[in-house]
Structure formats: C-alpha cells, structure tokens
Write a protein that binds this ligand. Structure first.
Ligand SMILES: NC(=O)c1ccc[n+]([C@@H]2O[C@H](COP(=O)([O-])OP(=O)(O)OC[C@H]3O[C@@H](n4cnc5c(N)ncnc54)[C@H](OP(=O)(O)O)[C@@H]3O)[C@@H](O)[C@H]2O)c1
Length: 342
C-alpha cells in the first residue's frame, strides 16, 4: 500500500480507500451487500494495508455506519485507521438520495442540511452508530443553499474543538460554493476543509475544469467517488441491454444507468478495454491507475463488493501509464452535464 498526506494536512491516508456505501441493507438499494460480505472485504482491505474507510450517515439509513464500526473494531486498530463519514442528507429508510427516481418520503424540518442544529445532532448520532469516540474525517455531503456558510463552518469548527472530529471534508458542490465556505472558515479563524470528495472517473471528468485546480492551489486533497463509474468502466455492461451484464449492480443501479449510459461513455469503455488488453490488465485496474495518476488525487474511494475486486484496485498502484496510454484512454471523452451536486 502507499500512503499520502491528505492535502496539506498531516493525516496519512491510503491511496486506495474502501467505500462502505456498498454495505448495509438491500432494502435501501437492491445491490447493497450484507454485513457478512463487509467482514470479508474489510478483513482483506486491512491485510492489504488500506487504512481509510468512507461511509455516510444516510447510507442504508445508518446501517452502513453501524457495520463500518463493528467490522473495523474487529479487524483494525483505531489509532491506525481513518474513519470518514458524512452529514447532510436525511437518515431515513425510504430516502434514496436527491437523484433517485420515483416518490421520496416527506422530509421533516431540521433532519437534513447543514444548520448548527442538525450538524450537532448528526455527529452524535454517527458516533453512536459507529461505536467510536471520534471521527477522523467529517464531511459535508453537499452544499446547503438554505443555511449561512458562517453558521455551518462555526458548527463544524466546534466539533473539532470538542474532540469529536479530527479533520473536515466536503463533497460534490460547485467550486464557488466550496471557496465561499473555505473563506468563511478563514475569516473566523476556524478549521477549514482538508479534502474534497467529488465525482471523478474516466467517464466523468467535469471536475477537472474548476474544482481540482482550486483544490491543488489551496492544499485540499481530492478523493474521487465512484472511480469505476459505479462499475460501468468494468466493461461488463452492454450498449443494447441496459439491464444486462456484470453483477446485480449492473441490473439494478438506476443511478449508474442515468449517469453513464450515453454512446460516448460506451466509447470510453471500449478504449479502456482495448488498452487494458494491450497492457494485460483488467479494465478496473487500468481505470484506477489512470485516476491515481491524475494531479491532485490523494486517495480513491473504491466500491469493492468482493475481496478480489479490492486486489485489482491495489494492483493499480504498481502500474505506470505512459503519455500514450493516457492519451488513448482520454481520447473518446465527451463532456457531460454536471452531475452529483444538489
Ligand atoms: N460523496 C458522494 O456523494 C458519493 C457518491 C457515491 C459514492 N461515494 C463513495 O464512493 C464509494 C465508491 O462508490 P461506488 O461504489 O459507486 O464506486 P465504484 O468503485 O465506481 O463502483 C463499484 C462497483 O463496481 C463494480 N466493481 C468494483 N470492482 C470491480 C472489478 N475489479 N471488476 C469489475 N467490477 C468491479 C462492483 O459491482 P458489483 O457489485 O456488481 O460487482 C461495485 O459495486 C462509496 O462506497 C462511497 O464511499 C460517495
């Protein structure tokens, strides 16, 4: 395993981090795996030197945090690992996320967003579910248009001062929103965000325009989510059959079908498959290797649902792409509308 400092902070994160959204309850999303699978994957992750684990309060309505806490207590030493979770969305069984199709439950006031009231409430609920005394990286899952940024940054800073949280992070938003929050923290002399967890992979590169240059300029570590485009880059989805190929997630992850199934995205997969064949690698290993070599990227959040998938990610650390390899992988990309913000 390789470790890097997260942005300009002293926190050491493994370049391969394990995304814990995969684990929880299939009632939340049909492709979610159970706790027994989480145990296998996390055990292997720790053996491979993965020290960074990312969950969120809303994943499986809190069950992902519970599983993350239980399994990590079994396999890892608390002082060595980096536990990351998130706040913003409501923690409700029927709530699938702001991009989900179909009817959403009515969300009562004050149980989501980034008000001082909700943040203070949410951190204690996350700590309880994790069964831990502190969170290493506490991330805001989205930007809250309805709360003054000063209120949010002051509330987050108070958690650092109280010892409940070690570092702050943010996730998917417009660059101007992120910059506005960082400026508010600076003005108040409080804790700033150390990391940006954003949507970034070979099939979705819009973050290269503004967010990643901003993060590099200001010492913020980039942690891409869905590095394999929710499995789409693995090469087992079919143009002609939206439901086919791959594993259960290929058939049932509506968000992936909504995000990536354009003809131009399949062209990206074809170029990846051809180059992977030439180099004797799997599509997944090559897609991870490309992302790990992009400027500004600290740690990638791999959504492995099986131990062998994690091994394919770790293998990417040994792959060095030539300029010709990178150009071949990047050539078919066509810009996307921005996706993944609130
Ligand atoms: N901040 C945010 O808003 C946000 C949003 C999304 C995700 N995330 C974070 O990012 C993490 C990863 O997201 P993700 O699950 O969408 O990531 P991903 O790594 O792009 O996709 C994971 C899926 O790809 C397939 N896969 C993985 N390795 C493979 C391999 N070697 N060969 C073939 N297929 C493979 C698996 O599908 P099968 O299970 O079908 O095999 C798996 O479910 C999450 O757990 C979460 O921590 C954050």
């Amino acid at each position: 395993m390789k470790y890097v400092n997260l942005g300009a902070s002293g926190l050491k994160v493994s370049r391969i981090a394990l995304g814990m959204m995969t684990f929880g309850s299939a009632e939340w999303r049909p492709w979610i795996r159970d706790e027994a699978t989480a145990r296998e994957v996390v055990k292997r992750a720790v053996e491979l030197g993965v020290n960074t684990f990312d969950t969120a309060d809303m994943y499986s309505a809190g069950l992902s945090e519970e599983i993350t806490g239980r399994v990590l207590r079994e396999f890892a030493r608390r002082e060595e690992i980096v536990v990351a979770t998130k706040v913003f969305f409501p923690v409700m069984k029927g709530y699938q996320g702001n991009n989900a199709r179909g009817p959403q439950p009515v969300v009562p006031p004050n149980v989501s967003g980034l008000s001082r009231k909700h943040i203070v409430e949410a951190v204690d609920a996350s700590l309880k579910r994790l069964g831990m005394d502190y969170i290493d990286l506490y991330q805001i899952h989205r930007f809250d248009k309805a709360t003054p940024v000063e209120e949010t940054m002051e509330a987050l800073d108070s958690l650092v001062r109280a010892g409940k949280v070690r570092y702050l992070g943010a996730s998917s938003m417009w660059t101007w929103q992120f910059a506005k929050m960082q400026r508010a923290a600076e003005r108040a002399g409080g804790a700033r965000f150390t990391s940006m967890q954003d949507h970034y992979n070979l099939a979705y590169r819009e973050e290269e325009r503004e967010m990643i240059p901003y993060c590099r300029d200001t010492g913020v570590g980039v942690m891409p989510w869905s590095p394999l485009a929710r499995g789409f880059l693995a090469g087992n989805r079919k143009r002609e059959d939206m439901q086919g190929g791959g594993d259960s997630r290929a058939a049932t992850d509506e968000q992936a079908q909504k995000y990536y199934y354009r003809d131009a995205d399949f062209d990206v997969v074809e170029a990846l498959t051809a180059r992977a064949k030439l180099l004797g690698l799997s599509n997944a290993t090559l897609a991870y290797a490309w992302l790990l070599q992009r400027p500004g990227v600290s740690s990638i959040l791999v959504g492995a649902s099986k131990a062998w998938q994690l091994e394919e990610a770790v293998k990417a650390l040994e792959v060095t792409l030539t300029a010709e390899d990178a150009a071949a992988l990047e050539a078919p990309y066509q810009p996307h509308a921005v996706m993944g913000h609130t």
